[in-house]
Design a protein around this ligand. Sequence first.
Ligand code: VGL
Ligand code: ZN
Length: 199
Amino acid sequence: MTKALLVVDVQNDFCPGGALAVPGGDAIVPVINQMMAHYETVILTQDWHPQGHSSFASSHSDKSPFDTTTMPYGAQVLWPDHCVQGTNGAAFHADLRTDADLIIRKGFRPQIDSYSAFFENDQSTPTGLFGYLKERNIKDLTLVGLATDFCVAFSALDAARLGFSVQVELDACRAIDMEGSLKAALEKMQNAGITLGQL
Ligand code: VGL
Ligand code: ZN
């Protein structure tokens, strides 16, 4: 078996009522649960920030949520406090099946954000997921989850760059879509040879 389903950040804070709610974020949960039945390997990612994380606007005295700042590794959007380790907001949506093979946490280093499931936003600190997939001989990845234009897209682009055959099921994703970010992400993914599927 060389196919895996990578379920990105289906957590309470990205669902309606959460700190960084993605419109319709909860609507994908039943769709993803159904998809899981068709994959032998299922991997979940979990955004997992310490309190006071550098990606939080509240950690910068002169910034508001959704402003941009410059980090040593480049531009970084500043977010409302979200997915703080151990909080209900960081927990998976209560209806999401969590009987996965692997749960990979990201964004836990105070000074670096991590959108991608493979590398942090400095684009060089690995999460270990590549080694896991290699050892398991997994070559095809289907990505679903939140948010299409941030963590899903960054993960898919890294996966394509690392040589995986990559598919993103758009019906099982929802976007934040700030300042054209969804259109830009879809274009980048298309240009990288990623298959954009509608179920
Ligand atoms: C995400 C913004 C900040 C995501 C995570 O899961 O797309 N977006 N942290
Ligand atoms: Zn985050």
